[in-house]
Design a protein around this ligand. Structure first.
Ligand SMILES: [Zn+2]
Length: 359
């Protein structure tokens, strides 16, 4: 990094962003606070963080990039200690046979780049980027990797919910507690409840990150208002081809083919617009309650299916009270209080009701 030798204050002055007086003032401030010169100038309101990054990238003739979720190479990221990336604000971008590419908000951080060169025995190429954007992306990615607790909760519950009628999880996160309810076939079942200590704090993003890590596609809805966070997750299974259409599903791991409409659940009077979240491909729109003339494409949940339907493809687990525990919960029913019988084929709503009475 030859060009990194020019004093930083001089660079800013060359670009007409500050005066000598600004530098003097910043140097005095710097003595009190121990900050870098740039930080002092930002704190004094003479320049912005963006000015610094831009000037550096211009002067050093390196690209200035806009950080987004695709900036980081996740595999390469794993090869760095988390703290190293956070402290030095470095996003590993990609690696080739002879090159490691990174984005940083401090392109003059030559000692650190030398360490990377030594570690990989490769040339380091640098792009400049906004420091706040780097921070935001890193904390998201590194947290994603580090939410084993949420992942453990979800894995246990998903295991329990296999081959049941529960296709939706409602998650309530408050300051001091987490509640997870499973819903399906008109049944709401509390499946997880925990008090949170003062140091414990979970967010919606922790859940989404855990699902991503597990490779579980999902749809979600979230609800505003009130205290804490409240959202619903619809875990997705592999795609499937309905034998007929429309289809009625009531199974854990809703599997819906691409290009389908996912019709409404009357939750809390909301518009039933579902928001897709990666890695579920093909669901950039998922829409609306009710019949709109596209019935061939509609996949109903068992709870939103029209009661008069005939000859639908139905894949539903029919619940019945667990005979061993009478609904109180026992090992046989995985403490759900219910056992399930699968209906899979072409049926009418009446067929489902008849089966429900029989089981
Ligand atoms: Zn039981």
């Amino acid at each position: 990094m030859e060009s990194g030798k020019k004093p930083f204050g001089q660079l800013l002055k060359d670009f007409g962003l500050i005066t000598d007086e600004d530098i003097e003032e910043a140097l005095a401030h710097q003595k009190e606070t121990g900050q870098k010169l740039g930080e002092a100038l930002v704190e004094l309101g003479r320049i912005t963080g963006g000015d610094i990054e831009w000037v550096l990238s211009k002067q050093l003739d390196i690209p200035f990039i806009i950080v987004d979720k695709d900036t980081a190479d996740l595999e390469l990221l794993q090869k760095f200690p988390k703290d190293f990336l956070m402290v030095n604000r470095i996003i590993p971008m990609f690696e080739t046979d002879d090159e490691v590419a990174i984005a940083t908000d401090d392109p003059q951080n030559t000692e650190v780049f030398a360490k990377i060169e030594e570690k990989f025995a490769k040339r380091v190429t640098i792009s400049a980027a906004n420091g706040d954007a780097i921070d935001a992306l890193l904390s998201k990615l590194l947290k994603q990797e580090g939410s084993p607790e949420v992942q453990s909760i979800l894995e246990k519950q998903f295991e329990r919910l296999q081959e049941t009628c529960f296709y939706r999880l409602d998650v309530f996160i408050k300051n001091d507690s987490i509640t997870i309810n499973a819903f399906g076939f008109g049944i709401m079942k509390n499946i997880y409840q925990a008090e949170l200590g003062p140091d414990e704090n979970f967010t919606r993003d922790d859940f989404f990150a855990a699902l991503d890590t597990m490779g579980m596609g999902f749809l979600y809805e979230e609800y505003g208002g009130g205290q804490g966070e409240f959202f619903s997750i619809y875990p997705m299974a592999e795609e499937f081809k309905p034998q007929a259409a429309p289809a009625v599903l009531g199974v854990f791991g809703l599997a819906i083919p691409e290009e389908t409409t996912f019709t409404g659940l009357g939750v809390a009077g909301l518009e039933n617009v579902y928001i897709s979240h990666g890695p579920v491909d093909g669901y950039d729109f998922i829409a609306v309650r009710g019949y709109d003339g596209r019935s061939e494409q509609i996949i109903y949940t068992i709870d939103s299916a029209p009661v008069e339907f005939l000859n639908c493809y139905v894949k539903v687990y029919i619940p019945k009270m667990c005979p061993s525990c009478g609904g109180a919960g026992c090992p046989e029913c995985k403490h759900l209080g219910l056992l399930f019988k699968l209906m899979d084929g072409i049926f009418s709503f009446n067929d489902i009701m008849t089966t429900l009475k029989q089981v």
